[in-house]
Write a protein that binds this ligand. Structure first.
Ligand code: SF4
Length: 427
């Protein structure tokens, strides 16, 4: 039994990676408290989406171990699930928990017991997991918006992606549990909820009657009338269902912002990625949602420097930014993930990958500037995230006038300018 690093305090949690990890950290905070874990425990919830993410996880473990001498470091999340031995080999690490184990009360009870036979590695085959572990959370730290998990895992096998090996196959949270969770957060004062998962558009495929994501959105808005703003984290445009398109067109409480998992703008590369859409499908989808919801803002993930990408193929990704009318671009320099097919393909030189990522980011910055220019002179309902920062329904960041706004409030503000990355508001 370790001497408590911070007697009476609760464990330190550090979260890397996606919104789903952020949601799960909230649930783990509760599980750890219920198991009676205290200040002698540090939990690092890791990400494995790129090699850089795994490097950052190790760095964070070392930093937190230094800052909390004597504490037991527990590593969990996708990097822990995919390469548990790597983390178990670190002298700073006491235990490694898999992605299913981190959501199981029994794991935390074992950590709390901390006996000689508490295993160092508690990581099972994630592909055998069939259910989502539904934990109702009561809050989300001091944040203005709360993330709610509706789906986990993925049945697709895009050639560059390691996520299914960390998260397992797709499984959905039943609609009733999602409604109860969102209602609970609204009761606790949250004005905005973000539905999150790994492959959101596959929600419902494993549920009776196979409802679709659009059905869930409509049901939520109907059954939780107090929810002011509903947001969807990220979708695969080719799998957007008719009910979702209908909701985008007609539900003002569904925020006019979608983040699309596009990944590339060239058909041959999309095929080599094993994506389910072609460039014209992406362009058509963006035109259609803009026809249905003219004030919508679109963002997208795009990979630069995928193996075998020619200058012409890269040019098709650059052109996609304007052809889809994207406003927010997340650019990922290709990072080979061991065990994925793309890691075995002929790689581009690192310098070329970085140069193309920089060109794509420049195109993204120009697209954002166009989006910001168009908003100047309008007014917006801004959800405050901090005393001086908030976001519009389009998820556009806004610098608030005069500071001091309560976090989580929705303010109607005039947009008077921008600084190239954020809008500037006046009272
Ligand atoms: S859809 Fe493709 S990119 Fe997305 S999580 Fe699944 S395998 Fe990865």
């Amino acid at each position: 039994m370790n001497a408590p690093a911070r007697p009476g305090a609760s464990p330190v949690f550090a979260t890397l990676g996606c919104r789903l990890n952020a949601y799960e950290t909230e649930a783990m905070t509760r599980l750890a408290a219920e198991a009676g874990l205290g200040g002698d425990v540090v939990v690092v919830n890791t990400c494995a989406v790129t090699a850089e993410a795994v490097r950052k996880a190790r760095q964070e473990i070392r930093r937190l171990s230094r800052e909390n001498p004597g504490a037991r470091v527990v590593v969990t999340g996708c990097a822990a699930q995919i390469e548990p031995e790597t983390f178990a080999a670190m002298p700073e690490v006491a235990h490694v928990l898999g992605n299913a184990e981190k959501m199981a009360p029994a794991s935390w009870a074992r950590l709390s017991a901390d006996t000689a036979d508490t295993p160092r590695i508690m990581v099972d085959d994630i592909m055998s997991v069939r259910e989502t572990a539904s934990h109702l959370i009561d809050g989300f730290g001091t944040r203005a918006r709360a993330y709610v998990q509706v789906q986990n895992g993925c049945d697709h096998r895009c050639t560059f992606c390691i996520i299914p090996y960390g998260r397992g196959n797709s499984r959905s949270v039943p609609a009733g549990v999602v409604v109860e969770q969102v209602a609970r957060l609204v009761d606790r004062g949250f004005a905005e909820v973000v539905l999150t998962g790994v492959d959101m558009t596959s929600w419902g495929a494993d549920l009776p009657g196979q409802p679709r994501l659009g059905d869930l959105v409509r049901r939520l808005l109907r059954l939780v009338p107090g929810l002011a703003r509903l947001r969807i984290s990220s979708i695969d445009s080719i799998e957007a269902d008719p009910a979702l398109m209908e909701a985008i067109a007609s539900e003002p409480r569904l925020m006019p912002h979608l983040h699309l998992s596009l990944q590339h703008g060239d058909d041959l590369i999309l095929k080599r990625m094993k994506r389910r859409h072609l460039r014209d499908d992406a362009i058509r989808f963006c035109q259609e949602v803009r026809r249905l919801r003219p004030d919508i803002a679109l963002g997208a993930d795009i990979i630069a420097g995928f193996p075998t990408e020619t200058e012409a193929a890269f040019g098709n990704s650059l052109a996609l930014v304007e052809e889809c009318g994207l406003s927010f671009l997340h650019v990922f320099p290709f990072s080979p993930r061991k065990g994925t097919p793309a890691a075995r393909m002929p790689q581009l030189p690192g310098t070329e990958i970085r140069a193309r990522a920089a060109r794509l980011r420049a195109a993204g910055a120009a697209a954002l500037a166009r989006h910001l220019d168009a908003a100047v002179g309008t007014s917006a309902a801004v959800l405050t995230e901090s005393p001086d920062m908030g976001r519009t329904p389009q998820f556009t960041p806004v610098r608030l006038p005069g500071g001091g706004a309560p976090v989580g409030a929705i303010l109607d503000l005039a947009i008077t300018g921008h600084d190239g990355t954020r809008l500037i508001a006046a009272n």
